[in-house]
Ligand binder design. Structure first.
Ligand code: FAD
Length: 394
């Protein structure tokens, strides 16, 4: 039986950060993971370049049943703190758009930075370790693992959510939470593409698979995002769709304005006056790809010279393009979702320390908690901030 003051389960973004910071405070830390490599999601993130934070991160970018919970941790470890750490390690980065910061080179720059910080802080990292049992002691916890038994004062659960099981995701953190009397909020896939099964729409998506439309306004349940959408052979994806998927529940409809930068009724009337002999198909071809224009003209409208449209017909065209309403059949689920919504109910966790209010010495950080960021570097910022908060107290 070995003793470590602090044991952290999960060597992902939050676990590595917490280990490094607690270690830097002089705490002896054992960091355990069942995977054969630390930080697998970091390596896959941001298309291999890791969107490690967002310059405009603020509490409004996070979904939670308890929206105030994230504020304190985000304020005490901000995007600027992480940017400073990135700069300290000389990792080159750039803003892609909308405040999203990406590595110039590879996501491994961020993982190596965290591993270097853990190394400098003397963290004992053990991979390929299965956690078989956790028991509560009078003070602290006892872990039975495939690598032996360990006692600790503080136990940090940083095992993430259910997204992408092939990258090591499990429901382990939720089981531990339940074991120690925590409530869980229902989990579901977030930042995930929609699937479409309605035959005509499915055909449109399949035919246009790979085509994106820039800066669409996508809305659902009172929330809107203006970003690109992408047709896929299974339905719809792209940043605006991923963002809205976190606000979507099965059965809800989604509204898409394909041309939010145009006042369509006015613009169409103007085109009718100025080029009466042009066909609607030609007009659409100037706004979308030719293939998309042809398909829309076939499926949604009757294409004819503009002069032949009555004002009411032109209005219908405008409405269809600005208020395209569809009901997704579902989402691609945890197989491709970037995050898991729901999880450990934050009403039973201290927002200052991330410590369980049910079981002293037990901490939850990162995605296992019911705090989910928008797309754009916010989920890593939550991992860094919640890890930092816990690291000051473990
Ligand atoms: P994770 O990083 O998932 O780490 C959990 C760790 O726990 C893993 O190492 C896992 O092996 C380990 N573990 C799980 N179960 C057990 C168990 N039973 N025993 C022991 N260990 C266990 N967010 C951004 O902000 N920017 C991006 O660019 C971005 N890109 C992404 C791309 C993809 C493909 C995906 C899937 C996600 C992306 N995200 C991104 C989201 C981000 O990766 C997560 O929100 C973040 O990694 C959560 O950190 P975490 O430490 O809580 O969990």
């Amino acid at each position: 039986m070995s003793f470590f003051p602090v044991i952290i389960i999960g060597a992902g973004a939050a676990g590595l950060m917490c280990a490094a910071q607690a270690g830097a405070r002089g705490r002896q830390v054992l960091l355990l993971d069942h995977a054969n490599k630390a930080g697998k999601k970091i390596l896959m993130s941001g298309g291999g370049r890791c969107n490690f934070t967002n310059m405009y991160s603020e509490p409004g970018n996070f979904l939670s049943g308890n929206p105030h919970f994230c504020k304190s941790a985000l304020a005490r470890y901000t995007q600027w703190d992480f940017i400073e750490l990135v700069a300290k390690h000389g990792v080159p980065y750039h803003e892609k758009k909308l405040g999203q910061l990406f590595c110039d080179n590879k996501a491994s720059d961020i993982l190596n930075l965290l591993l270097a910080e853990c190394d400098a802080a003397g963290v004992d990292l053990r991979l390929d370790t299965q956690i078989e049992k956790i028991d509560k002691l009078e003070t602290g916890y006892r872990l039975l693992t495939s690598g032996g038994s360990f006692d600790c004062e503080s136990l940090v659960i940083a095992t993430g959510g259910l997204s992408i099981p092939t990258l090591g995701a499990t429901g382990f953190g939720y089981q531990v939470a339940r074991q120690f009397g925590h409530e869980l909020l229902p989990t579901r896939a977030g930042l995930v593409p929609f699937t479409i099964t309605e035959p005509q729409l499915k055909e449109l998506c399949t035919e246009l698979s790979g085509t994106s439309v820039e800066d669409c306004l996508v809305s659902c349940n009172g929330q809107s995002f203006k970003e690109n959408i992408l047709f896929t052979h299974r339905g719809l994806s792209g940043p605006a769709i991923l963002q809205i998927s976190s606000y979507w529940q099965p059965g809800d409809s989604v509204q898409i304005n394909l041309l939010p930068h145009l006042d369509l009724p006015e613009w169409l009337a103007e085109q009718q006056r100025e080029r009466p002999n042009s066909e609607l198909k030609t007009l659409l071809g100037e706004l979308f790809t030719k293939k998309m224009a042809n398909l829309l003209a076939e499926q949604w409208f009757v294409s004819k010279p503009l002069k032949q449209y009555t004002p009411a017909e032109l209005n219908t065209v405008a409405t269809r393009l600005a208020e395209w309403t569809l009901v997704p059949a579902g989402t691609e689920g945890y197989r491709t979702a970037e995050v898991t919504l729901g999880g450990v109910d934050t009403r039973e966790v201290s927002s200052k320390t991330m410590e369980s209010l049910k079981s002293p010495g037990l901490y939850f950080i990162g995605e296992v908690l019911d705090v989910t960021g928008h797309l754009g570097g916010f989920n890593f910022q939550w991992a860094w901030a919640s890890a930092h908060a816990a690291a000051q107290f473990v």
